[in-house]
Design a protein around this ligand. Structure first.
Ligand SMILES: [Zn+2]
Length: 140
């Protein structure tokens, strides 16, 4: 029988593999991050992590996010004029719609857009290494 590993456990393993000690505070942040599907910013991550462990400081959240980002475990998104928002890097590639009124971040995937981008790059002699597509939107 396979033993199910929680998403936060695999984040912890990824940190350990990189020689980063998983403290109680870091474990709380990883748990929140792996359970979040709304691309929270550092302040919101801090608020949620404190529910699990109230010794988590905002400074620890920032430090942990930097380590995770450097290790490629977390993606940082800098949407126009907003504090950075974070998500774990294990999700398949997707792009984002940012709702300008609510700040909601909605994920989407489009095969057509992916193919179009590849064609545009190829026609100009390039191969896409990575890309980010952000649509800043208002509800009609
Ligand atoms: Zn996303």
């Amino acid at each position: 029988m396979a033993i199910a590993t929680s998403p936060s456990k695999s984040l912890e393993d990824a940190l350990r593999k990189r020689g980063v000690r998983v403290t109680r505070q870091r474990a709380a942040i990883l748990k929140v991050l792996s359970g979040a599907d709304d691309h929270p910013d550092a302040t919101e991550l801090h608020r949620r992590a404190k529910v699990i462990d109230d010794s988590v400081s905002l400074a620890t959240v920032y430090r942990t996010l930097s380590v995770l980002e450097e290790a490629g475990i977390v993606h940082r998104h800098v949407f126009d004029g907003e504090p950075s928002r974070f998500e774990t890097a294990d999700a398949p590639h997707h792009d984002h719609i940012i709702d300008l009124d609510t700040g909601d971040v909605i994920e989407f995937r489009s095969r057509e857009i992916e193919e179009l981008q590849e064609r545009i790059a190829r026609q100009r002699g390039y191969e896409i290494v990575s890309h980010k597509l952000e649509l800043y939107c208002r509800k009609r």
